[in-house]
Design a binder for this molecule. Structure first.
Ligand code: ADP
Ligand code: MG
Length: 288
């Protein structure tokens, strides 16, 4: 068994997703539900989001609603704007937001700094995690959790217990704690470390940018277990090229980004179809 149960979080059976949603064209918002939004917590709403970089339009009207407990997959070719969306949601300063809104529980997210968003419970797992030589993993994790959740929410002992359980679940050697953040980490180690952060930070909105890339099958399963253990109290946006990770995390919704627009949304079967047929059929439909 993986140690995920021993981490103290149950993995919710996510079997009800199969065949629940059908492929449809954008316009008929599948996520639109009764008018309960105002009372709900953990709802991220992206409305008609337009983003440019260096005067070049990258995102051209993104609409997405992520709710607590939902897993959304965002798929698309390289250069379609997936990381741009992830970075904009976290507050990366390089991007110009030229239109639209992003709210978390009704509050404007776009006017907050990245650290303020982190405190509100937004978490980004980077596609290309940054090495920080000189900063030890153990210190980084403790300080990060304190910075986001407050100094006294966890005693050092409680933190250590959570850390040990999460590292065990992710099959990570304790020696990691003494290494410098991402310094000389292999691709797989970097991705596991991102998920370790996810498990400890317990975000409300988890954005995972290609966390599966470069992982072998076993590592992918381990990482997927970490995601599943973290997602019950979060809304999760999984950015990926591949259907494989989705076999393990079972998304409720799958969206396809082409040329800065979400051109199709559906259930897991959409990811399967993309794996079989590629993106061309959608590109043709999108340009027709
Ligand atoms: P994806 O993650 O889907 O591969 P990105 O969001 O990384 O796509 O990139 C979308 C487009 O934006 C690409 O054409 C890319 O070259 C461009 N882009 C992203 N970041 C920058 C940047 N910092 N400067 C210039 N262009 C950028
Ligand atoms: Mg990317």
């Amino acid at each position: 068994m993986f140690g995920v149960e021993s981490y103290g979080l149950t993995i919710r059976p996510r079997m009800a997703w199969m065949g629940r949603t059908r492929l449809h064209k954008v316009g008929a918002d599948p996520l639109k539900q009764s008018g309960l939004d105002m009372a709900e917590e953990g709802v991220l709403k992206i409305r008609d989001l337009h983003v440019e970089i260096g005067g070049e339009p990258i995102l051209k009207g993104i609409n997405l609603t992520l709710r607590k407990g939902e897993i959304h997959a965002l798929m698309g070719r390289n250069g379609s704007g997936k990381s741009t969306l992830a970075n904009v949601l976290m507050g990366h300063p390089d991007y110009d937001i030229t239109g639209g809104t992003v709210t978390l529980d009704g509050e404007d997210l776009l006017e907050l700094a990245a650290w303020e968003r982190a405190r509100k419970g937004v978490f980004l797992s980077f596609q290309y995690p940054q090495a920080v030589p000189g900063l030890k993993v153990g210190n980084f994790l403790r300080k990060s959790v304190q910075a986001v959740h407050g100094d006294d929410t966890l005693s050092a002992r409680e933190f250590r217990a959570e850390l040990n359980a999460a590292m065990e679940a992710l099959d990570m050697d304790k020696k990691f704690l003494g290494r410098y953040v991402n310094d000389g980490f292999s691709g797989g180690e970097k991705k596991r470390f991102e998920i370790l952060q996810l498990m400890l930070m317990k975000p409300r909105i988890a954005i995972l940018d290609e966390t599966d890339s470069g992982l072998d099958i076993d590592a992918m399963r381990t990482v997927a277990n970490g995601i599943n253990a973290s997602v019950d109290n979060a809304a999760c946006l999984i950015i990926t090229h591949y259907q494989r990770i989705l076999e393990h995390v079972q998304p409720d919704h799958v969206h396809v980004l082409i040329g800065g627009k979400i051109v199709a949304s559906g259930g897991y079967e959409l990811a399967v179809k993309l794996e079989e047929k590629g993106y061309e059929w959608l590109e043709q439909e999108a340009s027709a």
